[in-house]
Design a protein around this ligand. Sequence first.
Ligand SMILES: [Fe+2]
Length: 447
Amino acid sequence: MGTRVGEVTDTTAIVWTRLTQHATRNQDGVVIPGRVKQDERRLVKPTGPVEQLEGACPGAPGRVQVRYGTRADSSDAVVTDGLVAEAANDFISQFKLTGLRPGTVYHYVTEIPGPAGTPKETAYRGKFETAPAAATPGNLRFCVMTCQGYPDRGHPDGHPIYPAMQALQPQFTCLTGDLVYYDNDEPRAVTPRLARYHWERMFSLPRLVEFNRNHSTYWLKDDHDTLSNDSGPGGEMGELTFAEGQRIFRQQAPMADGPSYRTFRWGRDLQVWFTDGRDFRSKNKIPDGPNKTIWGAEQKAWFKRTVKESTATWKVLVSPTPLVGPDRANKSDNHSNANFAHEGQELRDWLKANVPDNFFVICGDRHWQYHSVHPETGLREFSVGAASDEHAGGSKGEDPRFHKFHRVRGGFLSVTLKADGAKSRILVEHRDVLGKVVHTWDAERAV
Ligand SMILES: [Fe+2]
């Protein structure tokens, strides 16, 4: 299942590793094909042990450590304390690296220490780059992806967006929710073991392993990778509860026990916010009103305070769900839907009043790409689109009141910052699944 690196700041990072019984996924296991049909929401479990399924990666107990430094040959490397991988933590260890140098490429090796402290030959290598210090002019690129199905991934080795993103060498990437589909992809994750199987099967695909070992990622959850469609606190699907889904996501994401909403500074010119749309939400179907919420009071206060305090040239919210849309009229799950109109308007109005010039939204969740500008508030939003063409769909079509760009295909987003004397330039590019640019928006701003 490789390694993951997350929550990277200018001086810290988390390295994630999982010990497995075998060096490779169960490539010859039983394939459970396809998506769950909408009219047969079955709660059946597959017969036989999960380990026999295609893509399963049963865990193994042991002790793991991380060796890391700035040289590829590890000659300046230091070693963390060992952590114990065991069934209680799904054989997952998360190492918090501290005291790193800003704007620096780090090479790391996860390894099982030998009896006398000498590493065995199970060493597994990767790299990542720390954020520049807050005063450093921004010259960097990041990518954003969302919504990856398994049967409709478009290539046996994993979604074509992964090699396409890798070719761009992003400093970091946002995995913006719906990273597995517990309820839509067979077998439905009606037990915690089947939920973990979804992560094993997806993230052991060779292209995902290769990307995640060499690029840091920020992980956001949405409904399908927490429990089920439009899910929220209190929900359940068979034996899997929403609370267990929250716990499993936090274990799978390289984010240890940190908060589910957070913000990161990448040099002088960029600050990104990652919000959580699942943990604090009201029930979707209750009547809308001033107390109905997706973010919850605490997250909302944190968001407004930190956006206001930020001195970054560009401020970017990466949200698992839209704030602008437009979305299908029958949906009731996000800030662009009528059922959350109060909070949606509150946020858009606040952003117009406080950061009208240098703030925009990048959202996941919707399975089509768009660039929208909210007609009343001018809030700008870029929808990333599904991770494969096969997974795209759902839009009711272009709406000239909102859309600058609209495309019902898969792909991802790249954002590039360039410092040019006293100015900073930002370039947002929608890309198709192979990385070809299909839409561009850019802006310039004095720093
Ligand atoms: Fe999705």
